[in-house]
Design a binder for this molecule. Structure first.
Ligand SMILES: [Zn+2]
Length: 291
C-alpha cells in the first residue's frame, strides 16, 4: 500500500531537510585548513566574499570556477595542481613544507591562522600574512602546549595543530535566558571566539558557574564593560559589552549570581552578551560545556 507510506516518507524527508539546514554541533563543524587557505586566496582576488569556514561549499566552488575561467584553465571547480600553480607564490607551500615565522606569507600561513583560531588563539583576520598578531597568537599557543614559545612553526608541530580543539572540563550554565545567535567559529574573514546571546539592554547577566571575579571594568580592546570570572580547573568565563558591571574584582560569586546587565559597550553593533569560556587562556567553544 504505497500511498499509505507516503506521509511517513514525506515527514522523514522534511525532517532530513531540516537537519541539513541546521548547523552541525559547533564542536563538529570545523572546516579544513586547506580549504580556508583557498578561500583566503579567492577572497584576495575579489572572487569570494563568504565566510572563511574551510568548507568546499557551492560558493567556494563557484569562486574556483571563476578563477579557472579567468586563467583559461579547465573549469571544473576543483583546486587541483594547475589551479594551485595559477595562484602563484601564495599557494606554493602547504602547512609543514617550510618553517613559518614572522614575515612569511601564503597558503600555509592562512592554514596556520585558521588552526590557531580553532585551538583558541585567533589572530585577527585570516589573511595569510604572518604579522605581529599571528606571532602573538602562536607564542600564546606554544606556551599553552608547554612548547618553547619561539614563534616558529615546524613540520613536527602540524599534527598538534590539527588535533581536536580543547573543551571546557567543567559544566557551565547559560548566562542569559535567551537562545544563542552567533556561535563559536569563523565569521567573515575572522574568528568569533565566543557565543552571542541577543537580549534587551539591561537584561540580567548571570555567572555561568561559581567562582571568583578576576576582572570587572572597562576593556579597551573592544569588549567594553567586561567581567571575567575564574572557576575551577583553569576555566574562566568572560561577559562582554555590559551596560553595567555589578561585581568587583576578588569577589566570590555563586552560580547564577548577577554579574552585570546586557549592553552594547565596546565594539558591538547592538545589545547582546558576548560570552567566552577559556581554558588556561585558550578560547573554547562554550556550547560544548553549556548545560
Ligand atoms: Zn560575540
Amino acid at each position: 500500500m504505497p500511498h499509505r507510506r507516503t506521509p511517513y516518507v514525506r515527514t522523514l524527508c522534511v525532517a532530513l531537510a531540516a537537519l541539513a539546514l541546521l548547523p552541525a554541533p559547533a564542536a563538529e563543524a570545523r572546516g579544513r585548513a586547506g580549504v580556508a587557505a583557498l578561500q583566503v586566496a579567492l577572497q584576495q582576488r575579489g572572487l569570494y566574499d563568504g565566510t572563511v569556514h574551510g568548507f568546499a561549499d557551492r560558493q567556494t566552488t563557484a569562486a574556483v570556477r571563476d578563477f579557472q575561467r579567468r586563467r583559461r584553465l579547465v573549469v571544473d571547480g576543483i583546486p587541483g595542481p594547475e589551479t594551485r600553480a595559477a595562484l602563484g607564490r601564495y599557494a606554493r607551500f602547504r602547512l609543514g613544507d617550510r618553517p613559518l615565522r614572522m614575515g612569511t606569507r601564503g597558503w600555509d600561513v592562512a592554514a596556520l591562522q585558521f588552526l590557531l583560531a580553532w585551538r583558541g588563539f585567533p589572530s585577527g583576520a585570516f589573511d595569510g600574512d604572518f604579522g605581529p598578531r599571528t606571532d602573538a597568537a602562536l607564542r600564546a599557543y606554544q606556551h599553552w602546549r608547554g612548547q618553547p614559545a619561539d614563534g616558529v612553526v615546524r613540520r613536527q608541530h602540524v599534527r598538534g595543530l590539527r588535533q581536536r580543539p580543547p573543551r571546557a572540563p567543567i559544566a557551565l550554565y547559560a548566562p542569559v535566558a535567551t537562545q544563542t545567535a552567533d556561535r563559536f567559529g569563523p565569521r567573515g574573514s575572522r574568528f568569533h571566539a565566543g557565543l552571542d546571546f541577543p537580549a534587551g539592554r539591561g537584561a540580567a547577566v548571570l555567572a555561568a558557574r561559581g567562582g571568583v571575579v578576576l576582572f570587572a571594568g572597562w576593556d579597551s580592546g573592544g569588549f567594553g564593560n567586561l567581567v571575567v570570572v575564574r572557576h575551577r580547573r583553569g576555566v574562566t568565563t568572560w561577559y562582554a559589552h555590559l551596560t553595567r558591571v555589578r561585581v568587583r574584582p576578588g569577589e566570590r560569586v555563586g552560580r547564577g549570581a548577577r554579574v552585570g546587565t546586557v549592553g552594547s559597550t565596546g565594539l558591538a553593533t547592538g545589545p547582546h552578551l558576548h560570552f567566552e569560556a577559556r581554558l588556561r587562556g585558550a578560547a573554547v567553544d562554550p556550547l560544548t560545556a553549556l548545560r
